[in-house]
Design a protein around this ligand. Sequence first.
Ligand SMILES: [Zn+2]
Length: 436
Amino acid sequence: MSDGNGSAAGNLTQPGLPETGALPKRRHIVLTSHSNRSGLKGNPVQWGHGDPLQRGAIVATVTDPNHRNAIGTHSGSYAVYRALAVASGVLDPDHRPDFTNTSPAIPIGPHPSWADPEKIVSLDPFGALVGDVYRDKIAEGLDIRPTIAVTRAHIQMPELLEAVRQGRIKEDGEIVKPGGDLVVTKAAVEPVWYLPGVAQRLGVSEDELRYALFEQTGGMFPELVTRFDVKVFLPPIGGITVYIVGDPDAITDPARPLAVRVHDECNGSDVFGSDICTCRPYLVHGLEECIATAQQGGAGLIIYFRKEGRALGEVTKFLVYNARKRQEGGDRADAYFARTECVAGVQDVRFQELMPDVLHWLGVTRIDRFVSMSDMKYNALVRSGIEIVERVPIPDDLVPPDARVEIEAKKAAGYYTDKVAPTEEDLAQVKGRGLE
Ligand SMILES: [Zn+2]
């Protein structure tokens, strides 16, 4: 191979790999792992300070390492696609966004929880307001980016249109338009973790958390274990979408009711209507509850987390489906959790301990109708100081026959039910379809 650098680049060619040709001329790489050299030199963040200027802007962009004061970068897992765009030459790595007309469609906050370093540890409460509160700093050249965006939308879902047709949902002209469009406000929220706070929620030391994050990502972020002075981390994971139904002011008004569904992503059911679980039916039921509560003068919230397959991912999920359906005796409710644990080593890694943060960002202190049967979600919310008045299980007639295995296993494991929880013997009788 040709070697324009005159070095031992030829040694890089490994057996079985194509020759790489001449090494490209590289830009100077700035290692970010040493505080006394370069990178991550920005002002430290005073997490939980109620004044955003005192708290300090979170600077996680890579355009100027000298101003960075956080580990990781924006856009969660999509940061990797941005890297591909830079690598392939279609994106200028120094591009600065033009934020004209991008400000939130409605104001949210500030709420007292924003000034409490323990109430919110996994998102930046000022994330939607950076263009406003840090206007001067951005004008001075600091590359500060929003981690939350708030917009408006109309939703058309077949089940909701059918509910309008059947008269269960009324067209009021404002929340539900003539023809069945549901009007919502929606917010996209990127994760921003305050590492000491996240460690505290999980009941581990900050050191243990940092080493596990570093090692289990294949050493992706060296600053986790070299820059203990930098406390904020933007992890490369999916975020949250909030759907607000009705008047947003009702969310924090104690005189008005609030319905909430906290929903963890299940692409197979949510989008494609797969019948092995209750995810989409329960999501739609949650929306119906939100509409009913909003039409009574309150508001409804769907909080949608990108935590596919109990945050174990879809590959693990599909492996578990096969293991469930091929096991001796077929897919059975009494072996539901055991099959997940066989494949993944654990039943669930959603860590609901971090989930309440988004509700505290919205200023929620009481939920009148909580549309979820999960004891983990319920306990996390109550422990975080949110009152839950009533829990709303999924109506029986919305459970697809093949999803009985899941819902009965969950009820036996402690999920909320307004009936008697099934026994081990009951569970052994609940069977699902084979792999046909
Ligand atoms: Zn599902």
